[in-house]
Design a protein around this ligand. Structure first.
Ligand SMILES: Nc1ncnc2c1ncn2[C@@H]1O[C@H](COP(=O)(O)OP(=O)(O)OP(=O)(O)O)[C@@H](O)[C@H]1O
Ligand SMILES: [Mg+2]
Length: 412
């Protein structure tokens, strides 16, 4: 197996850093051949705040994955998230002024580029420009206009931007760990790749990835991304509240949450008391499941109220026929899916990495690894598209790729 056929996804999360190596196997399925997970100590709310410890964790995670896969890698596809992420829709228009009015790949590039020509603050950098639909003269809803005849081509695009400094710190961490960034991908877009079906994306769906430090959201309808948002609130806020409420260490609060935590008291079937240790050898205490829930519930309510308000603001609520898919580690809290379903008033399911991905093993087949799996899937699709574009002699993605190169080039 050639080394170029492997892709490595690097999810730099607030609680863990996960590197996953994968390829297309003989049957054409995505197969994960190596995984490395290390605790993340250098991030806050999805953003690198301590470079040295991030570099160390990145290096160890990738080395572990390399060891398991039995190959060495150079380039990685890495995720980005954090409260600095902005997502919005834009529109570009170009004229087709040649004698032959057939739309060519370069016209599609031009119109996507025109959609990008919006005022972006100096401290923000474009991460994605994703075409949603094209309008060819007056015909809207066109997915691929290449080859059609027209006077005018319009594109609707979704643009994702992020703070230049945050992106630079991710790139720097990867570079200083001894690797290169092949592309940066919005975290929830990668998770969507791993957990959503094509059908859901067409029917309209909200993906919510609740991690340790952030809750990332993307909305798809008619097969395209319509909205993206990152809220700086996640499972670690619940842990923190437990640590303060019970006067116990963050690590013990984390264990208490996983072992005894419920999102809502109405689902607790049998009341139970449990003991927990105090900080630094002090006497701990004894509480009931319902008392613990009194600490947890307000945070979960706060989180889904924010999500609800965000969905309302988009005006897309009516086009979400497939409902909500929840993923990320914090979605494993007992009773959380039921509570989310109630607050959001939409049908809901828990999203684990897609069943068609091979080689994950039982412990990695979890919402915790959705982003890493999605990054591998994204990377494989990106490489395949690049290869196809080269084969066709034109690179449809050259503008975006060039922009990435310019941006990354500064740090190589
Ligand atoms: N069984 C469980 N029950 C409740 N919470 C859990 C469970 N397992 C993990 N979590 C919580 O999930 C969170 C970590 O999730 P995840 O690994 O998706 O985050 P991350 O990707 O590191 O962070 P982020 O995406 O916010 O940068 C932590 O807050 C952890 O407490
Ligand atoms: Mg995450």
């Amino acid at each position: 197996m050639k080394k170029q056929e492997f892709v490595i996804g690097l999810d730099i999360g607030t609680t863990k850093i996960c590197a996953m190596i994968g390829r297309h196997n003989e049957d054409g399925d995505v197969e994960i051949t190596g995984t490395g997970v290390t605790p993340s100590k250098g991030l806050r709310k999805g953003v690198v705040v301590n470079l040295e410890s991030t570099i160390d964790s990145v290096e160890r995670a990738i080395e572990k994955a390399e060891e398991e896969a039995g190959i060495e890698v150079v380039k990685v596809f890495t995720g980005i998230a954090g409260g600095h992420i902005r997502g919005f829709n834009s529109r570009g228009v170009v004229g087709i002024s040649r004698t032959s009015r057939e739309i060519k790949c370069r016209d599609v590039e031009r119109v996507i580029d025109a959609g990008k020509a919006v005022a972006i603050p100096l401290d923000q950098e474009v991460i994605h420009v994703i075409p949603q639909e094209f309008t060819v003269d007056d015909q809207d809803g066109v997915k691929n206009p290449v080859g059609m005849w027209a006077n005018r081509l319009e594109a609707e695009v979704h643009i994702v931007t992020g703070a230049v400094t945050s992106a630079q710190n991710i790139i720097k961490s990867v570079n200083r760990a001894g690797f290169e960034v092949e592309d940066i991908v919005l975290g929830p877009l990668a998770s969507a790749e791993a957990v959503l079906s094509t059908e859901e994306k067409h029917s309209g769906v909200v993906l919510i990835d609740i991690g340790g430090g952030t809750t990332d959201m993307v909305i798809f309808s008619r097969g395209s991304i319509r909205h993206s948002e990152v809220l700086a609130l996640g499972g670690d806020h619940v842990t923190n509240d437990i640590s303060v409420g019970l006067r116990t260490s963050p690590q013990q609060a984390e264990d208490v949450k996983k072992d005894y935590g419920w999102a809502t008291p109405s689902l607790i079937k049998r009341e139970e008391f449990f003991h927990y240790p105090g900080v630094g050898g002090r006497r701990g205490g004894k509480v009931s499941l319902s008392q613990l829930c009194e600490i947890i519930e307000p945070r979960i309510e706060e989180l889904f109220s924010l999500v609800n308000a965000d969905i309302d603001r988009t005006g897309l609520a009516r086009s979400i026929s497939a409902g909500v898919v929840l993923t990320g580690g914090a979605s494993l809290l007992r009773g959380l899916p039921q509570m989310a379903e109630q607050i959001l008033d939409l049908p809901l399911r828990l999203g684990k990495p897609n069943g068609s991905v091979k080689g994950l093993g039982k412990d990695k087949d979890s919402p915790i690894y959705a982003t890493a799996v999605g990054l591998v899937q994204y990377g494989l699709a990106y490489r395949r598209q690049k290869k196809m574009a080269r084969f066709k002699g034109r690179n449809l993605f050259s503008q975006v790729a060039l922009r990435m190169k310019e941006w990354l080039g500064e740090f190589f």
